[in-house]
Design a protein around this ligand. Structure first.
Ligand SMILES: Cc1ccn(O)c(=O)c1
Ligand SMILES: [Zn+2]
Length: 262
């Protein structure tokens, strides 16, 4: 439409249904994970992350988040196991965060929001020819989600937070090579899993979500660096800080959330 979706007063999550009818669908994300209602499934396999041969290409500000993109022309960077029947190929990772630490994550746990959330986005290259084709298929995508929690400085993440000054404005991009995102994962890979959607338009219901129970800890200074980014382009007069780029929890609509742990 004449104005693009975003997180503002006029184009935010509560307005998205006007242009994207899936907004009120039956498997929308994020959700509030009510831990007492989750079902332990002992047949769920461990998550197996193979990122060692990854080829990161660039870091970019797409006007909604900051994203690191990967070369996805072969199966050198995949996630396997969990509830997944196929290997899923890493395409990109990005973040969602708040204007202050009391908010920022998309998923919540028993009503608790975290200061932010990391999404590692993968696609089913065994069944589909491209990310775009997979993105609208019910088993097309797998997103590994990690809550951000303030604490000690995160040394692997530090390379990324130190690069954010290069992508302050919308549509800016910079080289970002040899970044292995397995360094962002906590030691414990216990997870919750459920069938959901993209959390941004077009809100395709194509995502198997894998939400880790353990957060990634980063320092307050590192959190603040995310809040120095802008939604707007450098040429735009009004500079709006990139923060609160999260969709609130959506109705569960009868879905079951499974847990890989007791
Ligand atoms: C593909 C995609 C796009 C946006 N977001 O937030 C996601 O988590 C995944
Ligand atoms: Zn996301």
């Amino acid at each position: 439409g004449h104005h693009c979706w975003g997180y503002g007063e006029e184009n935010g999550p509560s307005d998205w249904y006007k242009d994207y009818s899936l907004a009120n669908g039956d498997r929308q994300s994020p959700i509030d994970i009510q831990s007492e209602q989750t079902v332990y499934n002992s047949s769920l396999k461990p998550i197996w992350v193979s990122y060692d041969a990854c080829t990161s290409l660039s870091i970019c500000n797409n006007g909604h988040s900051v994203m690191v993109e990967y070369e996805d022309c072969d199966d050198k960077t995949v996630i396997r196991g969990g509830p997944l029947e196929f290997p899923y190929r890493l395409k990109q990772f990005h973040f969602h965060w708040g204007g202050k630490d009391s908010r920022g994550s998309e998923h919540t746990v028993n009503g608790k929001s975290y200061p932010g959330e990391l999404h590692l986005v993968h696609w089913n290259a065994a069944k589909y020819k491209s990310f775009d084709e997979a993105a609208s298929a019910p088993d097309g995508l797998a997103v590994l989600g990690v809550f951000l929690e303030t604490g000690e400085k995160h040394s692997v993440l530090h390379r990324l937070t130190d690069a954010l000054y290069m992508v302050r404005f919308k549509e800016t991009k910079a080289q970002f090579k040899d970044f292995n995102p397995s360094g962002l994962l906590p030691d414990c890979l216990d997870y919750w899993t459920y069938r959901g959607s993209l959390t941004t338009p077009p809100l395709h219901e194509s995502v198997t979500w894998l939400m880790l129970k353990e957060p990634l800890y980063l320092s307050e200074k590192q959190m603040e660096k995310f809040r120095t980014l802008f939604f707007s382009g450098e040429e735009e007069g009004l500079r709006t800080r990139m923060m609160d780029n999260f969709r609130p929890p959506q109705p569960l609509k009868g879905r079951t959330v499974e847990a890989s742990f007791r």
